[in-house]
Design a protein around this ligand. Structure first.
Ligand SMILES: CC(C)(COP(=O)(O)OP(=O)(O)OC[C@H]1O[C@@H](n2cnc3c(N)ncnc32)[C@H](O)[C@@H]1OP(=O)(O)O)[C@@H](O)C(=O)NCCC(=O)NCCS
Length: 207
């Protein structure tokens, strides 16, 4: 894989739409977001936090918060979804994804603020993660969720994921989607650009 530097990556933010047409921006988390990201996690309902982190926690442990903030370390990335609320850019969702080069897959977890759930933001964010996975050249994208998480399972079903037993934990179900898209066909502009520059860099290395 040709490394993309964080300074390059910062330019790749995306604008998504909620069901009612409201604008939702997706961008990499930055150190200035540290406190707001932690407040966002604290403000999730206990059920949403449990579903997101597969266990009971009230906030991100300090070391985990630092991992979240350091985008790109060990091929792990955090994005925040933000909306303008009363004129302020406000975090309404987050997602973390990891690129596993050994099996060419991207693994992810995501959450949407309880007040904004059911407005199509999760669906738009997951589609955006699929674009990001395609830009790495990944062959598949997957996540694990609790068998009881009907909303995540419904969302994954809607977007065409296949389901299987999650290895090693009977309480979890794995949802997987194969990615068959050429860099030039990636359906989100910024990540199409990232993928085409990555393949251009790789072919120039091959000369
Ligand atoms: C799961 C989650 C990310 C979904 O985000 P969302 O913004 O609420 O979802 P959307 O509004 O985009 O819904 C997308 C689709 O999910 C499905 N869905 C939504 N709510 C559902 C429910 N209660 N039961 C079954 N399916 C449901 C529907 O198919 C829906 O599409 P439709 O509205 O066109 O019918 C969000 O509920 C969340 O943050 N939950 C807590 C954390 C979590 O569970 N994370 C997943 C860990 S991997």
């Amino acid at each position: 894989m040709v490394a993309l530097h964080l300074d390059d990556l910062k330019q790749y933010s995306d604008v998504l739409r909620a069901k009612n047409g409201s604008e939702v921006k997706v961008r990499f988390v930055e150190p200035r977001d540290r406190e707001e990201l932690q407040s966002y996690i604290r403000s999730l309902s206990a059920g949403s936090r449990y579903n997101r982190f597969l266990g009971a926690l009230s906030e991100l442990p300090k070391t985990e918060l630092e991992r979240f903030i350091h985008v790109g370390e060990a091929d792990r990335f955090t994005v925040v979804a933000t909306m303008l609320v009363d004129g302020f850019e406000t975090i309404v969702g987050e997602a973390r994804y990891a690129f596993h080069a050994d099996n060419s897959s991207v693994e992810f977890g995501l959450s949407i603020d309880d007040r904004w759930q059911g407005n199509g933001i999760g669906k738009a964010l997951l589609r955006n993660l699929e674009c990001r996975a395609a830009s790495f050249g990944a062959a598949r994208i997957f996540g694990d969720t609790l068998r009881s998480n009907a909303t995540m399972i419904g969302l994954a079903r809607k977007l065409g994921y296949a389901f299987s037993q999650s290895p090693g934990d009977w309480k979890l179900v794995r949802f997987v989607k194969e990615i068959h898209v050429e860099p030039q066909d990636i359906p989100c502009a910024s990540w199409r650009l990232a993928a085409t520059s990555r393949s251009a860099a790789m072919s120039s290395l091959a000369v």
